[in-house]
Every structure is written in C-alpha cells, then in structure tokens.
Design a binder for this molecule. Structure first.
Ligand code: AMP
Length: 283
C-alpha cells in the first residue's frame, strides 16, 4: 500500500492510473476505522481497479464547540487495517495541503442541508461538500463510496455531483451495526459502558418503528412520537431530532411512502451525538 501525503503525489498516481485506463474507486473517511468503513473498502475493491482511501479529519465540517480537537485519531491502526484489506493507496494529507493560507472557496447544496442534522449543525454540510468535492477532484475517482448511516450526507453529495456535472459515480452502502444493534461509529469510542448500554434504545426505537410501519402505521407524527417515547424511557439519552422525510428531496412527509422515506434521527448520550436511520425505498 502506498501512503501519499501530498496532493502532488496523489495527482501523479491518478494520472498514471488514467493513462493505463484503470478505474479508481475512492472511500473518503475521517479515520479511526471500523467495520462500517471497511465494508465500503471491500465493495470499492470489488468494483474498481485501484482503491484509494483518504483519512482526513476535516476541520470545516465541525462547528464551534464541536469535537474537532478530541475526534479520535489512530493513523497507525488505520494503516494496518487498510493494508490488510488490500487497499492500494492511503491518502493522508495534512490540513495545509487542503486548506492552505488564504483558502476561501466553499460549496453549498441549498435546501437539502437545512433540515435533519443541518438544523443542529448549520455549517456542517458546507464543510462536507467542500472537502468531498476537493477530494473527488484530487483523487480522480471513477466511483466514490459513502455509508447510509450518514444518509443526508449521501443525498447531498449525490445532488452536488449531479448539479455540478461531476463525473464520479456515488454509491451509498448499508449501515453496518455491532452485534447489539448500535450503528458503528468512530464516536462510539467516547461512550462509557453505561452510556453505550443506554444508547441501544436508539436503534431499538428505530427498529420498532420500522416494524410498526411494516404492520401498517403510516402517520409520520405517530411514528416520530413512538420513537421519541421509547428513547424518553432512558434518562441517559436525549433526542436531538427525529424526522420522517422523503429520501430524494429530504422534505418532511405527513404520510409514510413505502418507496421513498427516510426515518432519521440524532440523540445525545452525554456529550456524544449519535445518528442513525432507516430507509424505505431505493437509495
Ligand atoms: P467518517 O469517517 O465517519 O466520516 O465516515 C466515512 C464514511 O464511512 C462515510 O461515508 C460514512 O457514512 C461511512 N460510515 C461510517 N459509519 C458507518 C457504518 N456504521 N456503516 C456504514 N458506513 C459507515
């Protein structure tokens, strides 16, 4: 596995791949890798000739007072995992490479970034779209792989790529969970054993709601109420938001559409914010 730290080195590898007609698959991450990330890597390897993974904790997607400084980092463990998984290139740039002195350009996907996580993290998606656009350009990705755990992010990135006539194909893959049901996240490492046990009410509430929808519940206000009620039983967990929106446009729905619905939420467990969701329909 090659480890590249500069954009110039990445360009050189990209140009070589292109000259040889190789398809470049790309998995952008913030590191502290787990099986959710690795599921994207595995799929990427299957569908492309060369697999590039980036590890970069992107400062512009963290708001003031958020966890940029304390975000977990372990590049040695990440490197080992990616090498074992057969990744070809690890792109591990520093901040100065991506945001040099005098950096001033940002990309915004309007409307889609307002609700859901956008309400509690107002500048988050502007940071995400900006870094993803930069990385897709630098890596020269034929395809790029994202997780449905960050469903709003995947919808926004697909829209950006469409609206800006970018050539990368965006793939959004299923959520990988721990055996107890909690969606894997680098931020789970913040949780004490007690908090982790409490956090399980979140995926449980979503799973129950999904079953109730499958049994005929359609009123989205009732769906939200039921999810909130299951979580409210647990004093260590506070709801940030629970929303039911259309999957394509992220607009609030009054009635569940079995072919186009995203039920998504975020909760606080102490100082840790966790997100999770389920989707009805095709992503
Ligand atoms: P992050 O390092 O948290 O920025 O995540 C990098 C990519 O991995 C994003 O596209 C995430 O949606 C995806 N991802 C994170 N956790 C999971 C998970 N549990 N299952 C599937 N994909 C995930």
């Amino acid at each position: 596995m090659k480890i590249l730290k500069t954009i110039a080195e990445m360009y050189a590898e990209r140009d070589l791949c292109r000259a040889e007609g190789k398809r470049i698959g790309f998995v952008p991450t913030m590191g502290f890798l787990h099986n959710g990330h690795l599921s994207l890597v595995d799929q990427c390897r299957k569908e492309n000739d060369v697999t590039v993974v980036s590890v970069f904790v992107n400062p512009t997607q963290f708001g003031p007072g958020e966890d940029f400084d304390s975000y977990p980092r372990d590049i040695d463990a990440d490197t080992r995992m990616l090498r074992e998984r057969g990744v070809d290139i690890l792109f591990f740039p520093d901040r100065g490479q991506l945001y040099p002195e005098g950096y001033h350009t940002y990309v915004e996907v309007e409307e889609l970034d307002k609700g859901l996580c956008g309400s509690s993290r107002p500048s988050h998606f502007r940071g995400v779209t900006t870094i993803v656009l930069k990385l897709l350009n630098i890596v020269g990705a034929t395809r790029a792989y994202f997780g449905r755990k960050d469903a709003q992010q995947a919808v926004i990135i697909k829209k950006m790529v469409q609206d800006l006539n970018m050539e990368s194909e965006i793939r959004a893959l299923p959520i990988v969970r721990d055996s107890d049901g909690l969606a894997l996240s680098s931020r789970n490492s913040y949780l004490s054993p007690e908090q982790r046990a409490a956090a399980l009410c979140f995926p449980r509430a979503l799973m129950q709601a999904k079953q109730e929808i499958q049994s005929g519940l359609r009123d989205t206000a009732a769906v939200i109420k039921r999810i909130e009620a299951v979580i409210a039983d647990n004093p260590l967990v506070q709801v940030d938001y629970i929303s039911v929106v259309s999957l394509d446009r992220l607009q609030p729905l009054a009635v569940v559409d079995l072919n186009n619905t995203l039920v998504a939420g975020a909760v606080w467990v102490g100082k840790t914010r966790l997100i999770d969701n389920f989707i009805l329909g095709e992503f």
